[in-house]
Design a protein around this ligand. Structure first.
Ligand code: CA
Ligand code: CA
Ligand code: CA
Ligand code: CA
Length: 413
């Protein structure tokens, strides 16, 4: 064609062809046009549905020109989205609504494949709220609750019951039933409950009504402890008792010891059931009892135990301990102190007891006999001033040792 043109005209056509090639990459007149559409996308399915979204997936198309674009078509309302992937998540849908979709592929030349299968999908719905939350039984430490069930499109739901009280900001229990017994409550206490449902996809219902329950007061005392005791010399007795139980308390009960009807100064730990009472008067008859009490302070009293301390003519206290010094500081407020043991006019050294006072407060740890060192727990003050006193079997108490000043917390403000 160009060969038969005059030279000037052939040159002009050549320039036009060069411009066309640079613009379109090929000569439209020379390239074969792509008239082959992509193959049909198949097996359109939905691997995931939520209350507001549907995820679609399909098997890919092939095309002679390489990559294709997929058009995801919603039938009603008619909308279309594009993707180069073989899956697409359609969002912002309505809960519990039904939608139909199909997919087709388009190649670069605009050839369109056949439509895939049409898939009809319903979005998920959240369960309805449980209703009529009410108590079917309330006891000192339990409340049995029941409610009308939720309904959900996907079948079974799980209920979560929320409880709050002055003791607990919020606690929750779950069940697939429509009733639940809440245990470990306290007597004479008000609790609030509500329940909601969630389906297997985690969609949550609204809350039920809020139910307020007050447990009845506990007016029943614990069982009575069985008390026994023995004399340990002129100034001490040992008391021990069986464990009392309470219908509302599964943990160890606290006890209080009484001497001739008055509370003993001895403070025992909750649950402790053996005590040594010290500094009693020689040759004196005492009546001891112990009381167990529950959280509502209902009290039971043991059998009385009558004991007479041994006689003693010892009226002279031991010499004061000397050379009180720091042995070691274990950190955390625990430190060891040591001293030179005392002597007594009557008792051998191994029977002399040592009371340790920190800032004037007697150590709560058990008193030891016949030792020259012991450990103590610091008072919260920055300066801890420690003294030790010796006590003989008759209860005669020495003057204090020298003072030991210690800084157990390592600093002073
Ligand atoms: Ca093609
Ligand atoms: Ca559901
Ligand atoms: Ca009770
Ligand atoms: Ca003495």
């Amino acid at each position: 064609m160009i060969r038969n043109m005059p030279y000037w005209r052939a040159a002009r056509v050549a320039v036009i062809l060069v411009v066309l090639v640079s613009l379109f990459g090929t000569t439209p007149a020379l390239a074969a046009r792509d008239r082959t559409p992509p193959t049909q996308p198949t097996n359109l399915q939905t691997p995931a549905v939520t209350t507001t979204s549907v995820t679609l997936a399909w098997n890919s198309s092939t095309d002679d020109s390489g990559n294709v674009t997929y058009r995801v078509h919603m039938v009603s309302p008619s909308r279309e989205m594009s993707t180069s992937q073989t899956s697409f998540t359609w969002t912002s849908l309505s809960s519990g609504a039904t939608y139909s979709f199909y997919v087709y592929a388009v190649d670069k030349a605009g050839n369109r494949s056949a439509n895939s299968n049409t898939l009809t999908v319903s979005t998920d719905t959240a369960p309805t709220a449980p209703t009529n939350l009410h108590a079917t039984a309330v006891a000192h430490t339990t409340a049995t609750l029941a409610w009308n069930p939720s309904t959900d499109n996907s079948g079974s739901v799980t209920y979560r019951i929320q409880m709050s009280s002055i003791y607990n900001n919020s606690m929750a229990m779950e069940t697939s039933q429509t009733s639940l017994t809440w245990t470990s409550l306290s007597p004479n206490t008000t609790y609030s409950f509500y329940v909601y449902a969630f389906d297997q996809s985690g969609n949550r219902s609204a809350n039920s009504n809020t139910l307020t329950v007050t447990t009845p007061a506990d007016t029943t005392p614990p069982t009575s402890p069985e008390l026994s005791g023995s004399v340990l010399g002129p100034s001490q007795v040992s008391l021990t008792w069986t464990a009392a139980t309470d219908e509302n308390q599964w943990w160890s009960l606290p006890y209080q010891v009484f001497v001739n009807g008055s509370p003993a100064t001895h403070v025992n730990w909750d649950g402790e059931r053996t005590v040594h009472l010290r500094h009693l008067t020689p040759a004196t008859t005492y009546v001891f009892t112990v009381q167990a009490y529950d959280t509502s302070n209902n009290r039971s009293t043991s059998n009385p135990v009558t004991l007479t301390t041994e006689a003693s003519s010892d009226t002279v206290p031991p010499a004061a301990p000397t050379n009180l010094h720091l042995v070691s500081d274990n950190g955390g407020g625990e430190f060891y102190v040591g001293w030179t043991q005392s002597t007594d006019d009557v008792d051998p050294q191994h029977l002399i007891e040592y009371e340790i006072y920190i800032n004037g407060v007697m150590s709560a740890l058990p008193v030891s006999a016949g030792v020259d060192q012991d450990f103590v727990y610091a008072q919260p003050e920055c300066v801890n001033t420690v003294v030790v006193k010796a006590v003989d079997r008759t209860g005669n108490t020495s003057a204090p040792s020298n003072e030991l000043t210690h800084f157990p917390w390592g600093w002073c403000p």
